[in-house]
Design a protein around this ligand. Structure first.
Ligand SMILES: [Fe+2]
Length: 423
């Protein structure tokens, strides 16, 4: 036997998709035999009557609930701890999360700590946290995403911001996976254009990074199945999900941003987000996401259009997309054909004389089309910040191990240099 991995796994979240799917929440609560739940949600959704609607469905099913809505976009230990404290005070059989990635991740962490106890940092990925594995399954969590981005409804990961360390990191384990994702395009109708843009660019990065990640069979064989990481590298099954998500992004993202009532476009982007979540939940993201964590974590001066928050922050999708053109320029020669196919799916047509710039330029055109910031300069960074960003990114070895080429500080510096302004 070689020392290379020879096995990959597919573990996917149960999915219920379609316009009107949310109406079946009551039936699903009964299916999971839930008598009481914590509804974790985003207060911004009051404006659209969504919270009241979902609460009506829960109540109609005869399920009692308590609502927690003190959500922070890009959760911190403090904001998560508030949620945990609330859930400890209000014991329930399970969780319903209604909102975007931050909401779903808050629900995942609340579920973990209320079931197994301990401190949040115990479970955060090493070396930043203790890297402790959840000792057993959690309570059922039903996710109803209202944006089409994080794919959190389909993954085993919860992401959190640790401002003191200027870094974002996560908790990842198969027990963190939601029991069910109900993806209903009608829930996304009211999402502001800026949120749809950032979230959709995140979807593209999930899918493209996963598709060109270091293949599973080019990675070291784990000592035991228990040591096999959730992010296993590209493989024939993950690739199917990733490629379809890239194609959907190319076809529908711009339309979804420009017209909130384009239910076909928003719906397909939601499905694409979940599909990319299944792809990256198995294959894994790497360079742009490793840089995105310090980019979102170090400075909080950017105010993104469309996000109704009184504090500055870099929406996750923007923090990821800004370095992706340079990252894929760097990785091009590892798998040129894969980069070109991704570019063609994004463009929706064959590219004449493709090359290293095909994918970066396809991404940049998409960024322009949906109103993305042009680079890290617009997010408040200059060259003096590079060492801190690089240091933060190098802490994400769990992610960087998935890059199709080795990544060191010098490589990251070049990528950052090229990412100050993409146009
Ligand atoms: Fe992401």
């Amino acid at each position: 036997m070689s020392n290379f991995e020879s096995v990959f796994t597919l573990e996917a979240t149960q999915l219920k998709f379609g316009a009107g799917a949310a109406e079946e929440l009551g039936w699903e609560l009964k299916r999971f035999n839930l008598k009481s739940v914590i509804l974790v949600t985003d207060p911004a959704l009051h404006a659209y009557g969504l919270i009241e609607r979902i609460e009506g469905l829960i109540a109609k099913a005869g399920v009692s609930f308590h609502r927690f809505e003190d959500i922070r976009v890009e959760p911190t230990i403090e904001s998560l701890q508030k949620a945990v404290d609330f859930c400890v005070e209000h014991p329930a059989d399970g969780f319903v999360a209604l909102g975007g990635g931050s909401t779903m991740d808050t629900a995942k962490v609340s579920n973990l700590i209320t079931v197994h106890g301990g401190q949040i940092m115990d479970y955060v990925n090493a070396p930043i946290g203790g890297g402790k594995k959840p000792p057993g399954p959690l309570k059922p969590l039903i996710c109803l995403p209202t944006t089409s981005g994080s794919g959190s409804e389909a993954t085993t990961v919860a992401i959190l911001d640790i401002p003191d360390l200027h870094v974002k990191t996560g908790i990842s384990h198969r027990f963190m996976r939601a029991a069910l994702a109900i993806v209903d395009p009608e829930l996304a109708r009211s999402t502001p254009a800026g949120v749809t843009a950032s979230a959709g660019l995140d979807v593209l990065c999930h899918a493209i990074e996963s598709y060109i990640s270091l293949p599973y069979d080019k990675r070291p064989k784990p000592a035991s199945p228990d040591e096999r990481p959730p992010y296993q590298g590209s493989n024939p099954v993950a690739d199917i999900w990733s490629l379809k998500a890239i194609e959907f992004g190319g076809q529908f993202l711009e339309r979804a941003v420009k017209d909130g009532n384009d239910v076909e476009a928003r719906g397909t982007m939601m499905l694409g987000a979940t599909m990319a979540g299944i792809g990256f939940g198995t294959a894994g993201v790497h360079i742009p996401h490793s840089l995105a964590y310090p980019i979102a974590g170090i400075k909080h001066s950017y105010h993104a259009p469309g996000y109704s928050r009184n504090y500055g922050f870099v929406p996750h999708g923007y923090s990821v997309i800004v370095t992706s053109p340079a990252a894929f320029r760097y990785t091009y020669d590892s798998y040129p054909d894969k980069h070109i196919l991704a570019a063609e799916l994004l463009r929706g047509h064959k590219i004449e004389n493709p090359g290293p710039e095909s994918l970066p330029s396809a991404i940049i055109d998409m960024m322009k089309a949906v109103g993305s910031p042009s680079g890290i300069a617009e997010l408040g960074y200059d060259e003096a910040d590079f060492p801190a960003i690089i240091e933060g990114a190098l802490k994400q070895q769990r992610l960087l191990a998935g890059a199709p080429k080795p990544v060191n500080a010098k490589v990251l510096e070049t990528i950052l240099q090229q990412s100050l302004k993409n146009w």
